[in-house]
Ligand binder design. Structure first.
Ligand code: SF4
Length: 312
């Protein structure tokens, strides 16, 4: 029998987590804090990760010329039209959201945390951008806002060094492990980003990345289908015919295998990802997200497969 706190899904979704934690559906408002990234400003590289769009993977974030409070209001107004819930998570999405002056970071995080309708912040960053003063800032915010959640999202993508070099990730795996240790010591929930379908990776390699994460006390995972976006170096390689993206059926099969391997304690924050329509080159089937989810849930219902089924 599936755990009751999964609320009838065959995996532990973020939606189920939020409904129990906040007693209603909670949406994320994507923000652009006006930061940059060491992989773009020349500190490590100027080209960025090979798949990253010019907006630092924050293509759905509200534009950065506005303050965080203004972006949140704009985001809330957009959701308001859809008659969703009244509570939100502020998602610092674009670029590296711990890569800035501590005073500025403190100011933008608090600007979000102070809003009564914001139940938490989620900070997307790189594991090599978490120096002690940032970790201390996060700990102090946890104390100051005990009723709110503070999550850190780490872009790991893969555990395989050959792929990490290809995508120009710019840090070795031990840096990820160190960041997980430091965040865990401070009881800061960690969400890990993994990309499925990176060039040169077999299904087994991707499953190894997912299984590896079971060793750590992580709160959540984002399983992201590889998207090829316009004006990236990945797109240039794709258009040269160097690799293919995953087909829908192949992705579904792989995703289910990943879910089965994954600890049932880990909350699933994402199962496909969104490629902005105007930038997406491939795979175009991913634009029809609802179709994919319907097919996935139908398949899981019929097959009886579930998260953690092969987790031992
Ligand atoms: S670390 Fe993030 S923002 Fe920086 S280039 Fe890579 S994906 Fe883009």
């Amino acid at each position: 029998m599936l755990p009751s706190h999964w609320l009838d899904k065959p995996y532990y979704s973020l939606d189920a987590y939020c409904k129990q934690r906040f007693h209603q559906k909670v949406y994320k408002i994507a923000l652009d804090g006006g930061l940059t990234c060491p992989n773009r400003d020349g500190t490590l590289d100027t080209r960025g990760c090979i798949f990253c769009s010019s907006r630092g993977s924050g293509d759905f974030a509200v534009k950065s010329m506005n303050s965080v409070a203004q972006q949140l209001e704009a985001g809330r107004a957009m959701f308001g039209k859809k008659k969703t819930g009244t509570l939100f998570i502020a998602y610092f999405q674009a670029y590296t959201n711990t890569y800035g002056k501590i005073e500025y970071l403190s100011q933008i995080y608090e600007e979000a945390l102070r809003q009564p309708y914001i139940v938490g912040i989620s900070i997307a960053t790189r594991p090599d951008c978490l120096p002690p003063e940032i970790l201390d800032l996060l700990s102090s915010l946890k104390e100051k806002y005990p009723e709110k959640e503070i999550w850190v999202e780490l872009g790991l993508q893969t555990i395989h060094s050959s792929t990490s070099v290809y995508i120009r990730r710019g840090y070795p795996l031990c840096v990820f492990e160190q960041a997980v240790e430091e965040l865990s010591k401070r009881s800061i929930p960690i969400v890990v980003h993994v990309i499925l379908g990176l060039p040169g990776e077999t299904h087994e390699m991707m499953l190894e990345t997912v299984s590896y994460l079971n060793r750590f006390p992580i709160f959540g995972i984002k399983l992201q289908l590889l998207h090829v976006l316009k004006d990236t170096d990945l797109a240039a390689n794709y258009l040269k015919g160097e690799f293919q993206t995953l087909e829908k059926e192949e992705y579904m099969d792989l995703l289910i295998r990943c879910l089965k391997k994954l600890s049932p304690e880990i909350v699933i924050h994402r199962l496909t990802g969104d490629g902005p329509k105007e930038l997406l080159i491939a795979p175009l089937w991913s634009l029809y997200k609802r179709d994919f989810f319907n097919a996935l849930h139908n398949h899981l219902r019929k097959s009886g497969e579930y998260q953690g089924q092969e987790y031992f």
